[in-house]
Design a protein around this ligand. Structure first.
Ligand code: NAP
Length: 467
């Protein structure tokens, strides 16, 4: 019976939950397969597709955002359908997808963030970089995030590329940002920013940073901000020196940091201070407002596992600041009726095949790809081989007759179901209309696009066009 699956008479019906990069890479790999006929339906909670490419990648990194053009080519394929504005677990359930699809891929990314678990973390104006990024990128859920930029200093915790993004956005002038697709509300707030000092704090040393060369290099070219590094914090202990031997990327990072230490301040009105071997232990407040961040100085110790870890020295310093952005990593969140490894924040899997935690066995026809499969690491492109790996696992299962046929594979059945439930889903053609309106508004203002933010605003555009 299963041998017929994946033929022109009975195409393999795949559902993908999540229209971010890994969802699109999975869709492309499914549709590209020559030996089997596959149709793909992508379900996305938001109206707009592209996930982190639209709502995560920094607005001043348009070269990275250009990857969306590749996703558009997938969207244009005949076997591809898009169901935007459809929430898994609410508008459609796991049971619905099981009924109507032969295979399901979960590609929902890592939508939450890790916490510091220190006093003061929940004060107003202490937030995750994830939220701040979503706010300036015009994510509908974060339109009303309260970001107070009236203070003079901000602390960014962590030294990954997300920390670089948020520090850079705080450090840039309106002139540098206004020709990007940054959300209008964020540009307006940043235009009124009073922030002059941005402290990027690393719990470990300069040989353990997570940012990459291009990102640290940018701090040497900001119009109104200097990069400040303390020479005293760049000295490497023996274990750190040994750990980066032959690592040209890390050596280059150090070269940039050393150059910044040498140049020092050139008198620009803003400063981005890179601080090492310090951990926030408390966010201090007065009358409910953040006034400072208390840091403990650390030292490095090689651990038995070979990692170089930081430990507190019991010595402290305090940095006056009114905004705290913790940028210590994203975290996956569970999906209803889908196995979840709470400790790792991922869907448990073996080469993309989802594992039932109760039985330890893989679930028939259910797969995962991207950050929700492996954790929040790597750049956008890392998700391509990751998604291909999961898709290949599925094709292997299909070839071996290990898949179960969907009970109701009629492509119209899911459409009927969504109509019955009054779900206003957005198709790929409708998304093209919204995309065109955004791009057109951008062209008029010399920007790549002007994003429509609220769901209602996007749907209103469709209503106008439909009339
Ligand atoms: P990341 O690269 O994992 O960096 C997380 C940072 O948080 C590290 O410096 C880490 O330090 C620190 N950290 C973790 N727990 C901490 C704690 N309790 N206290 C203090 N510091 C703590 O994560 P990310 O910046 O969120 O980036 C996620 C992924 O997206 C990365 O692969 C990144 O390269 C990618 N990304 C790429 C771009 C780009 O290509 N331009 C832009 C944005 C993001 P330790 O090392 O000490 O743990």
């Amino acid at each position: 019976m299963t041998t017929k699956l994946g033929t022109a008479d009975r195409p393999l019906r795949a559902a993908i939950v999540g229209a971010g990069p890994s969802g699109f890479y999975a869709a492309a790999a499914l549709l590209k397969e020559q030996d089997f006929t596959v149709t793909v339906d992508v379900f996305e909670r938001l109206i707009a597709p592209y996930g982190l490419v639209r709502y995560g990648v920094a607005p001043d990194h348009q070269n990275i955002k250009a990857v969306a053009k590749t996703y558009d080519r997938t969207t244009a394929e005949a076997g591809f359908r898009y169901f935007g504005n459809v929430e898994f677990g609410k508008d459609i359930t796991h049971a619905d997808l099981r009924r109507h699809y032969d295979v399901i891929f979960y590609t929902t990314g890592a939508q939450s963030d890790r916490r510091l678990n220190i006093p003061g973390e929940d004060l107003p104006n202490s937030m995750s970089a994830t939220e701040f990024v979503a706010w300036y990128n015009g994510h509908p859920d974060y339109r009303d995030l309260e970001v107070d930029l009236s203070c003079e200093a901000a602390v960014v915790v962590g030294v990954g590329n997300v920390a670089m993004d948020v520090a850079r956005i705080l450090a840039k002038s309106v002139e540098e940002l206004k020709s990007t697709d940054i959300a209008d509300h964020a540009l307006e707030a940043l235009a009124g920013s009073n922030i002059k000092d941005i402290y990027v704090v690393a719990r470990r040393g300069p040989a353990q940073v997570k940012f990459t060369n291009a990102e640290i290099r940018e701090f040497g070219h900001l119009a109104i901000a200097d990069a400040i590094v303390l020479d005293s914090e760049l000295k490497l202990d023996r274990a750190s020196s040994a750990s980066i031997e032959g690592d040209t990327g890390m050596q280059k990072n150090l070269d940039y940091l050393r150059a910044y230490a040498e140049i020092g301040t050139t008198g620009k009105p803003r400063r981005v201070h890179f601080r090492f071997l310090v951990s926030p232990v408390e966010i201090c407040e007065e009358n409910g407002k953040i006034v400072a961040v208390k840091l403990e100085k650390n030292e490095l110790r090689p651990s038995v596992s070979g990692d170089i870890k930081s430990t507190g020295t019991g010595k402290f310093e305090t940095i006056p600041a009114g905004l705290v952005l913790r940028s210590v990593g994203y975290r996956g969140i569970p999906l209803p009726d889908v196995p979840f490894d709470k400790r790792a924040g991922v869907i448990p899997n073996e080469v993309g095949r989802i594992i039932d935690l109760d039985t330890g066995k893989t679930l028939t026809g259910e797969y995962v790809a991207g950050w929700i499969k492996r954790g929040p690491t790597g750049v956008i492109g890392t998700n391509k081989p990751d998604a291909i790996e999961s898709v290949n696992s599925m094709f292997e299962d299909l070839s071996k007759g290990k898949l179960a046929l969907a009970i109701d594979p009629d492509p119209d059945a899911i459409v009927r179901l969504l109509h019955e439930r009054n779900v206003r889903y957005v198709t790929k053609d409708e998304w093209k209309v919204i995309d065109g309106v955004e791009a057109g508004a951008g062209k008029a203002q010399g920007k790549p696009r002007v994003k429509l933010i609220e769901r209602d605003a996007m749907l209103a555009v469709l209503d106008v066009v439909a009339k």
